[in-house]
Design a protein. Structure first.
Lengths: 436, 436
């Protein structure tokens, strides 16, 4: 059969990796796919820089639309990232009847609904395995491998930058700002790290995972997002003392009336497998009603790990390129006319156990006041530790673990505790998940 | 579209689970697959016992061939296990142009080549996700999710019985025989546990994983198989002291001249994620050249976890049932005319680091003799510990960890060490893997 002709948009970290992997493993990939997959065109920013990587037999251009509009190209691979012009390019490729493979999580999380509708109308595929958790085939696992299950919840360590920072903070007892500088020096964090450390990147990926797990449209704007930039080293140490690790998790759960969609630092039992995922590695834990908990682990970023997912999508698309659309796996795992209207629940309705740390004056009666406030909100206490603060201060760090409590009730209790004369400053609140 | 009609062979643990999951999640499964999947016929051993489970709308028979030969049935699901009559039934179903889903690892590992050739000739699919690691979609991950990679090696905890026994032996310092009895009482081990504890079941699954990872035919008869029945509690304790866990691993690696295919108890660094997979859970670690290491974890057995894989296969087959065969994923991941002739390497050519434990007389010069013998075979020592044996004996347990050494050289060294007058009894040899 004729080779499949691929046009790459972007020849940076992931684009370069994709070209390298496709060329290095060309023979083995053709043995799998049943035909060759050739990159024939690539759109780049800097022709001179790209020429060395591209070598012979690959037409380079600075005009991305020329690639998207080239009639010889079967599949467009969008690896430039960001919303504009990626969105226009993908929409134009679809309008031209081309299939699309993308690693662009922001684009899919924010404009996936529109993109999939257009693809559906044109009878083309848009594949996005590389958009979540890099090389881990977790989109395929959820969408196809767990197709017999009613998925109950999922959670993931889906931002390697944050997981590296949290691993180092725990290992070395170091402060956030110091470890962030180390991560930047190692190339694990960007010069402007906001997208990663504030949880936005994780929320993009969680939005995509949630959509394919529950058969709902992308609802990124409704996600609750907290990052790790305010996390104190002492909270990591207290958590460890209590048998927990703190991870930045993306969490999505299904209830009868809606889904939870939230990214925040989370205390999880240290003995859970996912608690032991360290450094820049990613992992996604998925709970199905039939299969129980399953976990998928691997590199969540990087040139060749992400290229691994891009090429797997290229093989899938190649295999089904002449098939009727009903032979293909639906974009969001469920048939497009069968999506669920479940809304995202407001964060105040979420129920979690909580870790609460406060600085309290070391005098009788303070704890009684705190527990009275919690009790008024129907919040019961599971465990407590108390440690003197720095010398010279008449303050103690009081850490409470609560049983399951409604977020809204905890909000009220925290406001009331902070209003106590004997409490200094803000209450630190972290959510807990048993993942059982 | 018309509902897909499924005939079940066997309504035991997995068959019953499959029926339950298909019925409970019928609405969600149809939303995914685009049409209903209905079990219309089931062949069982005992009609009375099956009737309660089957309920209305399902025709029961004791004649499996009647199901396989029924023209109304689209997909035959073989869940009776064993070779005969499963093999005849599957071959007959294929000859009748029916697609097959099976959880039968022994059948696929031993007769997969013949079965896939017949399926290929008839243009039907034979899906076997449930044959390896129960509900973990690891066949799909390797065959499709990692399709861009040249897979270098894989290893798996793929027998829950053995992993439960090893976890308990370590936790409680208990002897193998005691934990085996506990496992039998809990239903984690069969009355005759040979298939599990001697590594045969793991070797069936490893054979399948190896075939799809490297694109080679099934070569079960060439596998090296050792179980856990001879493992001593003291070796687990020594391993722990040295920073290792002992797991029964199925290991397959690719070399230029062949593949390794071996099942044996293995020391692995305690800090590896897979070392922390405990109890009856399964996990498979796959190293691809682009993606690096990836791990897949979940329940490896049980009614609904295995049913989860069976139903996922049913959805896949349903989706592609009217597609041209070239749109489908090849049975062994590679196109059938593109399999590799790589043979399984003889075990004596395998290179691993080793754990060697011997009971040596506590007198000067013994260690010098042992190290001389190892050195003669080109084997160098990485670490050593020595502990007195039981009181009243003038013997010490000497444990040596070697660097990488050829199996054949270690065989010779062990024979020479055992011939020493100062060494009592046999040398215990366990292989080590760094999994890096």
């Amino acid at each position: 059969m004729k080779a499949i002709q691929v046009g790459l948009l972007g020849l940076g970290t992931v684009g370069g990796g994709t070209l390298t992997v496709l060329r290095r493993n060309a023979e083995e990939i053709a043995r799998r796919a049943g035909r060759e997959i050739c990159v024939t065109h690539a759109a780049v920013r800097n022709l001179d820089k790209a020429q060395a990587l591209a070598g012979q037999g690959l037409v380079l251009t600075t005009d991305s639309f020329a690639v998207v509009n080239n009639p010889s190209i079967d599949i467009v691979v969008e690896l430039i990232g960001g919303i504009n012009p990626a969105r226009e390019l993908v929409m134009q490729a679809i309008a031209n009847g081309k299939h699309v493979v993308t690693a662009n999580k922001a684009l899919i999380a924010k404009h996936g609904n529109e993109i999939f509708a257009a693809a559906q109308a044109m009878g083309v595929m848009v594949a996005f395995e590389a958009a979540v958790a890099g090389g881990i085939p977790v989109i395929k696992a959820i969408r196809e491998g767990l197709a017999g299950n009613r998925i109950e919840w999922l959670c993931g360590i889906i931002n390697g930058t944050c997981n590296f920072i949290l691993s180092e903070m725990r290992d070395k007892g170091a402060a956030f700002a110091d470890v962030l500088r180390e991560a930047q020096a190692k190339g694990y964090a960007e010069a402007d790290p906001t997208f990663d450390i504030e949880g936005i990147d994780a929320a993009h990926k969680l939005t995509i995972l949630s959509a394919i797990a529950f058969g709902v449209p992308m609802q990124f704007d409704a996600a609750h997002i907290e990052g790790i930039s305010k996390l104190a080293a002492e909270d990591i140490a207290f958590a460890e003392q209590l048998g927990y690790r703190i991870k930045l998790l993306g969490i999505s759960k299904r209830h009868a009336n809606g889904i939870e969609l939230r990214v925040h630092p989370t205390l999880i039992p240290a003995k859970r497998l996912i608690a032991n995922v360290e450094g820049v590695m990613n992992a996604v834990l998925v709970k199905g009603d039939a299969v129980g908990p399953t976990l998928y682990y691997g590199a969540g970023a990087g040139s060749e790990p992400t290229a691994s997912a891009v090429v797997a999508d290229l093989v899938d698309v190649t295999r089904l390129i002449t098939a009727d659309p009903h032979h293909r796996v639906p974009h969001l795992a469920f048939q497009p006319d069968q999506l669920s209207p479940l809304p995202v629940l407001p964060m105040v309705e979420t129920e979690t156990a909580c870790y609460l740390r406060m600085r309290a004056m070391d005098r009788p009666g303070v704890l009684a006041e705190v527990t009275r406030i919690l009790s008024e909100q129907g919040i019961s206490i599971d465990a407590m530790i108390q440690k003197p603060c720095a010398e010279g201060e008449n303050l103690a760090n009081v850490v409470l673990l609560t049983h399951l409590a409604r977020e809204g009730a905890v909000d009220v209790a925290i406001a009331n505790i902070e209003a106590l004369e004997a409490i200094s400053g803000k209450v630190t609140r972290l959510r807990m998940e048993s993942l059982a």
